[in-house]
Write a protein that binds this ligand. Sequence first.
Ligand code: XMP
Length: 327
Amino acid sequence: DWSPESVIAEQVARIREQVGDKQVICGLSGGVDSAVAAALVHEAVGDQLTCVFVDHGLLRQDERKQVEQDYVQSTGVRLVTIDAVDTFLGALAGVSDPETKRKIIGREFIRAFEGAGADLVAEAAHGSGEPIEFLVQGTLYPDVVESGGGSGTANIKSHHNVGGLPEDLTFELVEPLRTLFKDEVRAIGRELGLPEVIVARQPFPGPGLAIRIIGEVTEERLDILRRADAITREELTAAGLDDEIWQCPVVLLADVRSVGVQGDGRTYGHPVVLRPVSSEDAMTADWTRVPYDTLAKISNRITNEVDEINRVVLDVTSKPPGTIEWE
Ligand code: XMP
């Protein structure tokens, strides 16, 4: 008896009851979850919602433009963009430990909202300076379980939108997707009229490309990974594999180098790992049997077009025992 309509009706009522006539903000990550959570809250409280997009410099190619143009045009939500690239990269400098990265990113997200962002948002909201009391998060059921929020489950990773929150948090959370799985979230997004480019988008983690660089995160490494990721997504889409593949992280092994040859010259570059997975809900996953020709095309293009990469490898591990992301 599950239907998108009934979940929307139930959540809208619940959000109205929780929020009353107060102001709400929602961080848009560019991903499906935050987009649908924001659309639900917009449905419930309309103009009381202001969306905030933190550009932390850990995004995929063109992602900022997609949020600022596609999403805003299709929903009509009010959006404030906070440029926080220097702050995030500064906070991440010298850090290679996965959990430390996640905690820093979670903390900086909230700081970005509470700091410079709060004024901008209040002004955008209504110019009266009334404080914003609620923060929307697109937390899904699997995020809750894997961050140890479920019934007695061990903490596997600190998802930025659950375990990474600072203790002095001054917002009350609104989490309308907390009981839902990704396919349900997509159904709700479609029902709410979001465009297919957003609803069908591959999941992308809140901590972004930072957790796909094994080693320290630097601007140069981000730039390398971003180019390899864009090529991979382009080729998988061109091969018609978007439905079969849940997501395909591209992981840069930034501290590893191997010897190669290009033209007459020796190269000493980095490997990237392709991690195509098929899944229903990201709780478990299998590696996708991507056709060899498609893999060959991706590998050729990456090694030809991204100078710093001279080797492409394929991750053939299911989840469990591997997780989808490498960090
Ligand atoms: P793992 O790596 O735990 O990933 O198998 C499961 C799914 O969650 C995504 N993921 C995240 N999503 N914040 C998010 O919103 C996070 O911190 C985060 N970490 C992982 C991952 O891309 C996969 O779809």
